[in-house]
Design a protein around this ligand. Structure first.
Ligand SMILES: [Zn+2]
Length: 282
């Protein structure tokens, strides 16, 4: 029985031009000569002809050698390594996939695109809440990070306190990330009315800065102890989301004290902005 062959889906195609060598082509695409040989069934790299179509694997491709054991089929082996049986047959020039033999040596490509997917930083209900609000286009230029300076607190209480202080819209921040004290769970992200209504913040001194700065407050006093790891994960997810949604660069994710050095130490000496920056990418 012949198995139908589908075209290889792992990369692009290069048509060999005059004076090109396999080494030169390999170098250009950042793969090894042996990878190209294996992918294209080329026994002798010196016998390359103009017009030959080469399959070029993309991404970081690692290869492993595998020796077929008793009772194994190409399908079983392909499944184990997370590649398709069709690709394995093509790469190894196997014309009869049903007739592989014990002891046969196979080249198995492990594509870079199969690296483990990074963990999701935001849970689906938070993501749904965030998605339900459309940020005002072009309004937000930066993210400013704060701590509450109170070890035990939550957004609802802070809202009341800020209202009592005479702030018209209450809670001065757009987001609050809980540390698990009071009624919220550790790492829970609270969206304030200012974010829902796309209103100016009230978290920095200058009115013009409040008009263009998203304020995120983490509950806790980070002069005394650092944020919880769940808070940091939530913060990373939230910053990543807002950067993408509002077109904000990593360097415009900053802290209250960097924004107003003489005015405050917020968010405290145990908060590491450089640590956050390392995890965020433009
Ligand atoms: Zn602050």
């Amino acid at each position: 029985m012949m198995i139908g062959w589908a075209p290889i889906l792992l990369g692009t195609v290069h048509v060999v031009q005059k004076n090109e060598t396999l080494g030169g082509i390999a170098q250009r695409y950042g793969v090894s000569v042996s990878t190209l040989q294996a992918y294209n069934g080329i026994a002798n790299p010196n016998l390359l002809y103009v017009g030959k179509k080469l399959k070029i694997p993309t991404g970081q491709v690692r290869e492993v050698s595998y020796v077929v054991k008793k009772g194994e089929s190409l399908g079983i082996i392909a499944k184990r390594f997370g590649v398709s049986a069709t690709d394995l047959a093509l790469i190894n020039q196997i014309s009869r996939p049903d007739l592989i033999r014990v002891g046969q040596k196979l080249t198995i490509p492990l594509s870079g695109s199969r690296r483990p997917v990074p963990p999701k930083l935001l849970d689906s209900s938070t993501l749904a809440k965030l998605d339900s609000i459309r940020p005002t286009s072009g309004k937000w230029k930066r993210i400013i990070l704060h701590h509450s300076a109170t070890p035990i607190d939550d957004a609802v209480n802070m809202h009341k306190v800020h209202l009592a202080r005479g702030m018209k819209n209450g809670l001065a921040y757009h987001f609050v990330i809980s540390n698990g004290s009071r009624k919220a769970r550790d790492g829970e992200i609270y969206l304030s009315n200012r974010w829902k209504g796309q209103l100016d913040g009230g978290h920095v001194k200058k009115h013009s800065a409040n008009q263009t700065s998203i304020g995120i407050c983490l509950i806790g006093n980070f002069e005394i102890r650092p944020p919880t790891s769940k808070q940091l994960t939530a913060l990373e997810g939230l910053c990543e989301y807002l950067m993408k949604r509002c077109n904000i660069r990593v360097n415009d994710v900053t802290t209250h004290t960097l924004f107003h050095p003489k005015h405050t130490v917020c968010p405290g000496k145990h908060f590491s902005l450089s640590g956050l920056h390392r995890r965020l990418v433009d």
